[in-house]
Design a protein around this ligand. Structure first.
Ligand SMILES: [Zn+2]
Length: 106
């Protein structure tokens, strides 16, 4: 014997309970929408998302904004890394000097 349940989604049909996904939070242990209606919701959301992406005004990734911008070469990145490391070294050296001075006069 199969229990029937009315779908509260788009279809509104009375379906077998196994057509509804399990959801223990609900009183009857199943979703109030059938699996088909749940899929429909997901598909709609996906569609809306991809439409927004195609629109592209707000969500455009940085790379596509300026396709002519050169991709930094390994050397460029290495130089940048050098600068960052140098900054970090200077900072920590300065921190160390301050710490020594503070200790000396404490
Ligand atoms: Zn349904």
């Amino acid at each position: 014997m199969t229990t029937k349940k009315k779908c509260h989604g788009k279809c509104g049909l009375e379906k077998d309970l196994e057509e509804f996904a399990i959801n223990r939070a609900n009183s009857d242990g199943h979703e109030y929408k059938c699996k088909v209606c749940f899929k429909g919701i997901r598909a709609d959301r996906k569609k809306a998302k991809s439409m927004r992406a195609e629109d592209g005004n707000n969500a455009a990734p940085a790379r596509t904004k300026n396709p002519k911008a050169p991709i930094p070469s390994r050397i460029d990145r290495a130089i940048h890394l050098d600068e960052q490391l140098l900054k970090a070294v200077k900072k920590s050296v300065a921190g160390e000097i301050i710490r020594i001075i503070e200790e000396a006069f404490a």
